[in-house]
Design a protein around this ligand. Sequence first.
Ligand code: HEC
Length: 198
Amino acid sequence: MLLKAGISTLVLSLGMTFANMSSSVADSSPQHQAAAKTSQEFVQQLGRTMKAEMKSNGPVVAIKVCSEMSPKMAGDISRQKGWKVTRVGTRVRNPMLATPDAWEQKVLAQFQARANSGESFQNMAYSEWVDEPNGKHFRFMKAIGVKPGCLTCHGSQSDIPEAVKSILRERYPHDQATDYKVGDLRGAVSIKQPSNKM
Ligand code: HEC
């Protein structure tokens, strides 16, 4: 009895200690599951569109999948859900859109550490409740790995065709998103939900 009371006091005080900090969310929680489903659909749709464009129109035309269609899809999902859905990069081509904030940098570092210890990117995700100046938010990230098809635009100088290089140079003079190798962490889908939009 005493022991039980002792434990519940401990649990209560731990709970209070963490109440003002971020707390990670179990992968099985409905919020995590819903965000995982949305990010998976987004990435799969992007992947399919990229493959189809590369095949039928080649890399120069396919640039628009990453530069126009992806932000548009993310924007459409954001408006539908009332969430903020974006892609962030470990190194970025478009700093305006894809630079990770402090929380996202922390999670990207966690993903890198998990990859270093052998976890695949397939189901690598993380979510947390985060207290921000404008309220409590549910935040979720899903890792994106580099596949062979990504190298045409994110690989080494010898992977990227001349025609693509010259467009990238012109449109993205501050491009950092090259020299990736297959299996590298490219970035993540990042989802942020205000607590009233669960
Ligand atoms: C045909 C060229 C092309 C291919 C192939 C390509 N990308 Fe991109 N990618 C781009 C361009 C251009 C941008 C900049 C988008 C923008 O303007 O916001 C970009 C941006 C990104 C970003 C956002 C972060 C940033 O750097 O701005 C991610 C994440 C990304 N690409 C992942 C991938 C992945 C993963 C693949 C392979 C499945 C891939 N890309 C294949 C051209 C490409």
